[in-house]
Design a protein around this ligand. Structure first.
Ligand SMILES: [Zn+2]
Length: 189
């Protein structure tokens, strides 16, 4: 940032965004993530540069303001207001998928299907590894979660883990490509 733009030198100094503008900025920022390449570029271009505020003491009241606005951001990021919020199932899914019980279920599907994608017959061979996933089929995983938790929000992981219909359910082996295709299509092939 050019030094003349700092503080009262900045044309926007003292001005505040309207709520509408803030919403627009927030909408734009939602889901935006710097790609790895961009991050590397940013880090390279910043390397060795002296930051404009080095050696300057930020006044106490400004520090307080900064701290307060970070606290607000941290609050907003919690739960439903988080741009990545999807109903709270991501953590649940990943906890279930990391459990021994799930790994056993998945392995039994892989074994039955002979470690082969049931849609395109892809299979790992010497020199070529195919990543396989177990798809809950014909009834999707999300339906079991809904039934197991019954719309309640507490102890959902425990409820899913003891929901026997899920663990007795059938599935099929898919390669990652086929699995992604089934996720995109409305009718599950
Ligand atoms: Zn496949």
């Amino acid at each position: 940032m050019r030094r003349s733009y700092v503080g009262s030198g900045n044309p926007n100094f003292g001005k505040k965004h309207s709520t509408k503008t803030k919403e627009l900025i927030r909408e734009k920022a939602v889901g935006r993530k710097a790609s790895l390449a961009t991050k590397i570029k940013m880090s390279k271009s910043h390397k060795g540069k002296i930051v404009w505020n080095t050696g300057r003491q930020t006044p106490k009241e400004v520090r307080e303001k900064i701290r307060a606005s970070w606290a607000k951001i941290a609050y907003i990021r919690i739960g439903e207001r988080n741009p990545n919020w999807n109903g709270g199932t991501t953590t649940l899914r990943s906890r279930v998928w990391h459990s021994i019980k799930y790994k056993n279920w998945r392995n039994s599907i892989f074994q039955r299907d002979n470690y082969t994608c049931v849609l395109c017959q892809a299979k790992s061979q010497k020199g070529m590894a195919i990543r396989l996933e177990a798809d809950h089929y014909p009834k999707p995983f999300a339906s079991f979660i809904r039934e197991a938790t019954n719309g309640e929000k507490d102890n959902i992981f425990e409820k899913v883990m003891i929901f026997e219909p899920l663990w007795l359910s059938s599935g099929r082996t898919l390669c990652v490509d086929c699995h992604n295709k089934t996720k995109r299509s409305l009718t599950r092939p």
